[in-house]
Design a protein around this ligand. Sequence first.
Ligand SMILES: *[C@@H]1O[C@H](CO)[C@@H](O)[C@H](O)[C@H]1NC(C)=O
Ligand SMILES: *[C@@H]1O[C@H](CO)[C@@H](O)[C@H](O)[C@H]1NC(C)=O
Ligand SMILES: *[C@@H]1O[C@H](CO)[C@@H](O)[C@H](O)[C@H]1NC(C)=O
Ligand SMILES: *[C@@H]1O[C@H](CO)[C@@H](O)[C@H](O)[C@H]1NC(C)=O
Ligand SMILES: *[C@@H]1O[C@H](CO)[C@@H](O)[C@H](O)[C@H]1NC(C)=O
Length: 315
Amino acid sequence: MSPASGPGPRWLLFSFGMGLVSGTRCPHNCQCQIQEVSCRGKQLTAYPPDIPLSTRRLYLDNNRITYLPAMNLGLLSDLVYLDCQNNLIREVMDYTFIGVFKLIYLDLSTNNLTFISPYSFSVLSKLVQLNISNNPHLAYLHKYTFANTSSLRYLDLRNTGLQILDLEAVHHLGALRTLYLSGNPWNCNCSFLDFTIYLIVTQLDHPDDQNATCFEPAELAGWPITRVGNPLRYMCITHLNNQDYIFVLLIGFCIFAAGTVAAWITGMCAVLYENARRKSDEDEADDEIGQRLEVSRRIFLIKDEPDHDGFPRLI
Ligand SMILES: *[C@@H]1O[C@H](CO)[C@@H](O)[C@H](O)[C@H]1NC(C)=O
Ligand SMILES: *[C@@H]1O[C@H](CO)[C@@H](O)[C@H](O)[C@H]1NC(C)=O
Ligand SMILES: *[C@@H]1O[C@H](CO)[C@@H](O)[C@H](O)[C@H]1NC(C)=O
Ligand SMILES: *[C@@H]1O[C@H](CO)[C@@H](O)[C@H](O)[C@H]1NC(C)=O
Ligand SMILES: *[C@@H]1O[C@H](CO)[C@@H](O)[C@H](O)[C@H]1NC(C)=O
């Protein structure tokens, strides 16, 4: 028997490829409709295989998935809607969404995110709605996290561990309309000032602003962060910390030193000038004495001049 008569590896590869391309597969236990796959609440512990490549809407919510494999996800280049709500996803890496650049809706809420890599969303320039609420261990968002998500309209950051948000992370989001910020332990210190001023000057919609309050420092605890901008500005501008005191002391010392040097130079100049003047006065006095001497010398000369008769004339 020649090897060509049976289904060789090439044929297998071909049929596998056809199966993927034709989109006839459906993950076990999930429902597949045209361009839509639903695996909601199926006790999945991992991202399901065999998702048709033409899928545009993918529901993976209410499972126990711990991570999103970039390779498999990247095959779904037409995906616009991804719901991963209520899973156990721990982190999102720079490359996680690199293949699904058409995403418009992304729900990562109610997971266990501790880390969102700075460029995770950098290809998602069409993203309109992003939900990362209910991730209590998420303590930090890098200032480039939303650098390229210029279409973002709804951003949900409720109930995370975020204490602070860099103004640079959001200030360029011109399409942003609704921002949810409640349930976070916001630290309303001076690093937060620029962001709170931004919340005042941009007319964003904050449906939950009553519950988005400062957690720290004690004197501002309970203040809604959408209104804390002005007291915070007052605090940060009038309040001097240790570094400022050192700076002020240093400046004071410099002024004092400069003053001392200036006084010394002035004194020296005065003394030198005084000396010079005294000297010239003395010279003048010397001249006077000289003149007098001259006069008396002349008188003497006259006196000494021999008379016609050879004797000095007597006055
Ligand atoms: C984000 O997800 C939470 C629950 O996971 C939900 O309650 C909330 O409405 C969602 N936010 C938006 C803006 O849809
Ligand atoms: C969530 O993440 C935290 C910190 O990494 C970990 O301690 C905790 O066990 C995780 N929770 C679950 C349910 O996996
Ligand atoms: C933003 O997108 C542009 C092209 O769409 C790309 O050149 C640039 O590198 C992206 N920026 C980041 C921070 O990924
Ligand atoms: C403000 O609080 C954040 C988070 O707690 C901290 O990282 C930052 O250093 C603080 N800034 C100042 C000026 O204290
Ligand atoms: C604020 O929080 C309270 C209790 O946690 C809740 O009952 C209320 O609906 C919240 N308000 C808004 C506007 O989210």
